[in-house]
Design a protein around this ligand. Sequence first.
Ligand code: ZN
Length: 301
Amino acid sequence: MAHFACIELGGTKINLAAGSGPDDMSAVVRLPTLDPASTLAAMVEQLRHLAGEGGFDAIGVASFGPIALTPGTSAYGHFRQTPKPGWSGADLLGPIRDAFPQTPIALDTDVNGAALGEARWGGAVGLDSFAYVTVGTGIGVGLVCNGRPVHGLLHPEAGHIRVRRQPDDSYAGHCPFHGDCLEGLACGPAIQARTGKAGETLAADDPVWSLTGRYLAELFHSLILIASPQRILVGGGIGLNPAVLTAARDAAHSGLGGYIEALEDRSTFDEFIQPAHLGDRAGVMGALALAQGASHEHRAP
Ligand code: ZN
């Protein structure tokens, strides 16, 4: 039986799992994301332990970004400028490759990985083109077009698009790079800064949820018009909040103004924007999808 390593590297924690498939992820190890040197050393040590005698058939890495994704370039597998202290320029892939030099490794962003997981086992089975949007501490978008996650100069960072400011909103924004980009206005820390409370403690009908949903609708509007996805899946603690999702669907549907005929019917539109199916397993399942892909490519002539 194949033995895959799955690494979900998040901004606050790392999930490691090993197994043969989605129903056989026996070992799950959680580590805190601290400074790069100690974090990556601890991760490699755990991987060696999970590998056992037989090693891995492939390793899938789904990481927070921005991270360079073009194989064969010197920057491949290194973080780009990130607000996370100490991580700009850090080499994620090097220590894994050094520990497992013979093992195929696939790397993508956590959101592209989650999108691939949804395509294989979740809410996007059978779709060629769709978007996975997660709204939590940050806002990330995994975009799959024609069956492949979009890579280019880097990878899409659609959480940082500019959005129209809501008329009742004077909050300056949280993003250290752009101030009032979408993430700056609608991520978890922005909600906390606006209300002075952690999201979990806010009432279900707090007006901040509707405001957040209306900002999210701006992203949906742009995604629909730019990438023409067949579905948008929404995850993350804030994205899955029913008040946010309802407000986002309302505003996105009315904002399109009937321009996309296929989405004009309201119940069709509500089907089009769905909660992600894999929940908090999305990251590890995404890494598994990456590992399986790497193993397949390695075996192909
Ligand atoms: Zn930004």
